[in-house]
Design a protein around this ligand. Sequence first.
Ligand code: HEC
Ligand code: HEC
Length: 388
Amino acid sequence: MKNALSWIFVLFLVVSLLNNCLNNTVQKEIRQKEGFIANLRKLYSSGDSSSWPKPILDPETRETFSEIGHLPETEFPKDNLYSEDKALLGKVLFFDPRLSKSNQIACASCHDPELGWCDNRTFSFGHDRQLGSRNAMTILNVAYARSLFWDGRAGSLEEQSQIPIQDEREMGEHIDMAAGKIARIKGYEILFEKAFGDKTVTKDRISKAIATFERTVKSSSSKFDQFIDGKSDVYTNDEVMGLHLFRTKAQCMNCHNSGYFSNQKFENVGTSLLGEKGEDLGMFLVTKNPADAGKFRVPSLREVAKTGPWMHNGSMLTLADVIQFYSKGNPEHGQKRSTVHQGIALASEKSGMVRMLELTDEEISQLEAFLRTLSSKTERITPPELPK
Ligand code: HEC
Ligand code: HEC
């Protein structure tokens, strides 16, 4: 009996010793992890990006890569310099549905300031409630985009602004008719005079004013901007880890880099659905170069939490879905990936930079937490009073 008792005692001792040991290792691991994050926090919020940990980049992007950071000052083109009056006229035109055939659809219908300057729909609807075939992009920070639209078919905001006015499925109006209508509205005379020196309304002036207004629609300082400027306690541990993963293991910075979070290039991430329902040939439609089939503009990730659903076709409903898609390296299971378009054989060649990342669930939520810090506060914009 005595023997059995001592055995139980010994067993108890061994179990509690083991338990203690295990606890100690777990504690040690937690301490190490916390130390690691604390160190990252210090480096990333030092105010000096040259002290940040080295990013993980592909050889092909190392030369052209530019580090993430603040947005630079807005530049206005020489032939369309900024003036307050021009931006104001542009704002009024942006909100004026009389630029459309039905007098019902304004630019702001699909680029709504309360909805992240887009419309949060998979596809926008326009004239006669017809559906378009692409997801509306935000115009926030569009001043920094070097080419416009998902396929880059417009080179400047001045050129871009006439396209939706004339698009049958968007505003459905002839640009000369639209300009004529604006010219007949008395209240516009003073606005054109202040912006351009005389009251003449031309389609060119309409474009210039809208473009000037769009260049003023810019993010204010986000949590990310404050953190890298030295406010080290604004980020949670998950956000710090998300930023680090974005630059390293998840390799997002191969494409989403610079203060604009885009390399301004066109890449194929395997989303074009060639040969399938919903096919979109992307940049090929503009260049007619078969190598561009399935390439889309790398979108900025600033304000990305406000601009869902995501991708050119709004096919992804959550940010976690987007990150999962990258984590799996987009295997394109069961997709055809080829088609014949007007006699030209096209095949979608996914970028080699989209590969298995094997992110854990924790890492996926950390990346998402980081992406959410790229939004700034939504500012209330009072729609302007429309001239009569
Ligand atoms: C019916 C909805 C709708 C209307 C109205 C509309 N847009 Fe858009 N806008 C879109 C869609 C959809 C896209 C993306 C189209 C594409 O890539 O083919 C887009 C893209 C843009 C872009 C490109 C952004 C970028 O990052 O490349 C700009 C700028 C823009 N629109 C400005 C305007 C202006 C200015 C007007 C008014 C003259 C306007 N839009 C009217 C739906 C609309
Ligand atoms: C090979 C270049 C490349 C890499 C690497 C890459 N992206 Fe993208 N990203 C793109 C392109 C191109 C699109 C647009 C695709 C489309 O519209 O079909 C996109 C779209 C997105 C979108 C949707 C944005 C929107 O406005 O709809 C998010 C979010 C995003 N990427 C996040 C990430 C994250 C997070 C990573 C790292 C895990 C990453 N990307 C890695 C090129 C890349």
